[in-house]
Design a binder for this molecule. Structure first.
Ligand code: AMP
Ligand code: MG
Length: 313
């Protein structure tokens, strides 16, 4: 997944558990990588109309992504790959496509054209076929690490581990409490470097951040183009946000939310939270203002350099 990952588990069986966790992470790559040849999603993107056959796990993931796309009115969009690829985010050969090119590519990003149906020839096994319209390409990059995190924690738990903390390229997920029985403390990075902006005390929880500071390039026009895209414009998101951290039990949900809320910008993100209230967030705006949701009261503490944070009720 083009990042560093750390799994730290505590308990008697931790060596074996960590080995299983590593295996589970590598399997995720074989399923959902867009760039690894012969991964499931790679094959889907090679022949979108023919599609690929797969089991309930990946179908569930794709189905979840479609539902989140619907719930967020397309802020999360699992088929933006033709666009992000044209901008060079998959290869590192960054470029700014012209308007006409973007307009053409935007015809390929309608997530309602993803089809999931029972696979014809596998009556006994619960198998499905995922297919899309010609030219479409799927990218589960916005949810992949959360999906992988949930998978790893389940694996660790089955191996008898009760305390663990995993860091999948900045997605932090914890199992249980710390070995001493107290909650874990997860720091939220300062987008401009230095000390974390705040710490959050959590147990059995995912703390997932999407930020404009993570991956970007600078155009010849001097502007910064980031890796999170707006599916309506076909361009990198440019709004009032520097970073969004989503906090909830599910890594998959948190990952989808951090990306979607980032695309929405602060005002819409706050409204979305008020309508749903099944997660928490910490938002850091470009002007360094910090917003956090009421559910974090008593769990969140700020470091000295952080300007007064506002609690959203
Ligand atoms: P994250 O770091 O979880 O916010 O996910 C960002 C990654 O998801 C990018 O590197 C792209 O591969 C992909 N992506 C970019 N914009 C979107 C979007 N609006 N919806 C879904 N995936 C996206
Ligand atoms: Mg995400």
């Amino acid at each position: 997944m083009d990042t560093f990952m750390t799994v730290r588990s505590y308990g008697r069986n931790c060596r074996e558990a960590n080995r299983l966790a590593r295996k589970s992470l590598l399997e995720c790559e074989d399923l959902i990588s867009t760039t690894k040849e012969n991964s499931l999603i790679y094959m889907l993107n090679e022949e979108p109309e023919k599609g690929v056959k797969t089991g309930v796990e990946i179908c569930g993931l794709v189905d979840f992504s479609i539902k989140m796309a619907e719930r967020t009115y397309g802020a999360l969009n699992p088929v933006l790959f033709p666009v992000t690829r044209a901008w060079g985010f998959t290869s590192g050969n960054f470029r700014i496509p012209d308007e006409q090119e973007i307009e053409e590519l935007l015809k390929l990003v309608d997530y309602r054209n993803i089809k999931i149906e029972p696979a014809e020839d596998s009556a006994e096994k619960a198998e499905f076929r995922i297919s899309m319209k010609a030219g479409m390409m799927m990218d589960l990059g916005a949810v992949g690490k959360g999906f992988a995190g949930d998978r790893v924690l389940k694996m660790l738990s089955l191996a008898g581990i009760e305390c663990a903390i995993i860091d999948l390229g900045g997605n932090i997920q914890v199992l249980g409490n710390k070995p001493d029985g107290s909650p874990w403390t997860v720091g939220v990075k300062n987008p401009w470097g230095g000390e974390p902006v705040c710490g959050i005390k959590v147990s059995d929880c995912a703390v997932v951040t999407s930020g404009g500071y993570e991956r970007f390039f600078e155009g010849e026009d001097g502007r910064r183009y980031i890796h999170i895209f707006d599916g309506r414009t076909g361009c990198p998101v440019e709004n009032d946000l520097a970073a969004v951290t989503a906090v909830c039990a599910s890594g998959l949900y948190a990952d989808s939310l951090s990306t979607a809320l980032f695309v929405m910008g602060s005002e819409k993100a706050v409204s979305f939270w008020r309508e749903n209230r099944d997660f928490d967030f910490v938002i850091i705006k470009k002007d360094a203002a910090v917003l956090y949701t009421a559910g974090l009261k008593g769990k969140i503490f700020f470091t000295a350099g952080t300007p007064a944070a506002v609690c959203v009720e």
